[in-house]
Design a protein around this ligand. Structure first.
Ligand code: ADP
Ligand code: MG
Length: 273
């Protein structure tokens, strides 16, 4: 596998869309795996109490006594303690989520700097020590305090949009929330990337949605579109990304292409500045 360019500065990307089932988790783990395969070192932060990203990366997040993102947010563990190496792929790391995290949304409310807990925990010295080039944060399907923490910790937002009915439903609200975070908590935050997912080429609707999203977001939309494929949905059941589960499949190829676009775009942007 050829190498992809490492970013001149670490990129912290939040994968958000408050609709459930649009492909946030699938996108987070497979983009991470696609980057990692090409020599880029990636940390996935699983911020969804369901822990689906942890499962897909083969991390045991049900074991008693592990340090997870919950302990990290509450200040009971540091980044080094909460980070695990993914068992089956080089360059890939994960801070897993446990079911405790479901309570964190409420427990965080009474803590100091409640919106900044994740940002503060993503300690630069510790990330440097691990050699992390990208941090990808998988958000829960809501706009609560966990998602706000993700937006405060990140510079970029990646929004996966499903090529289905009502694809843009809720995206307006997401964008308003991003603006609020920009205005009050994190001026660096911006939507850098839109990825169309679960595309079914047999339907006219999928093309219409893709066209509408491109009209709306222009060049932020990746050229690569992720097709709907049964294999993509099977992989997490084996604790694998699609890139490990079936490297030659259309799903794997499209996520590899999307990862390449993300890595090369950042390179192009920083070079022309
Ligand atoms: P979210 O994190 O936004 O809730 P997921 O990534 O968990 O969404 O995806 C929702 C469901 O759709 C999961 O069962 C997942 O396996 C499946 N899925 C995601 N992407 C694809 C795809 N390209 N083709 C087929 N199934 C997919
Ligand atoms: Mg999810």
């Amino acid at each position: 596998a050829g190498q992809l360019p490492k970013p001149p500065r670490r990129r912290v990307i939040t994968v958000a869309n408050q609709k459930g089932g649009v492909g946030k988790t699938t996108t987070t783990v497979n983009i991470a795996a696609g980057l990692a395969l090409h020599g880029i070192r990636v940390l996935v932060v699983d911020l969804d109490p369901q822990g689906n990203a942890s499962t897909a990366l083969g991390i045991d997040h049900r074991a008693a006594g592990i340090d997870s993102v919950y302990e990290l947010l509450l200040g009971e563990a540091n980044l080094t303690e909460a980070t695990q190496k993914c068992p089956s792929q080089e360059n890939l790391y994960c801070i897993p989520a446990t079911l405790d995290l479901a309570g964190a949304e409420i427990e965080l409310v009474s803590l100091v700097a409640r919106e900044n807990r994740l940002r503060n925990a993503l300690d630069d010295a510790r990330l440097d020590a691990l050699g992390i080039d990208y941090v990808l944060i998988d958000c829960p399907p809501s706009l609560g305090l966990l998602t706000v923490n993700a937006m405060v910790a990140a510079n970029e937002v990646l929004i996966p949009i499903q090529c289905e009915y009502y694809a843009l439903e809720g995206v307006g609200q997401l964008l308003r929330n991003i603006e609020l975070v920009q205005a009050h908590l994190n001026p660096h935050l911006h939507v850098s990337t839109i990825l169309l997912t679960m595309y079914d080429g047999r339907t006219k609707l999928a093309d219409q949605v893709a066209e509408e999203v491109r009209r709306h977001f222009g060049p932020k939309v990746l050229n690569t579109i992720i097709p709907r494929s049964v294999k993509v949905s099977e992989a997490p059941g084996y604790g694998m990304t699609i890139i490990e589960y079936d490297p030659g499949s259309r799903g794997a190829m499209s996520y590899l292409d999307a990862a390449r676009e993300i890595a090369e775009r950042a390179f192009a942007i920083t070079r022309t500045r």
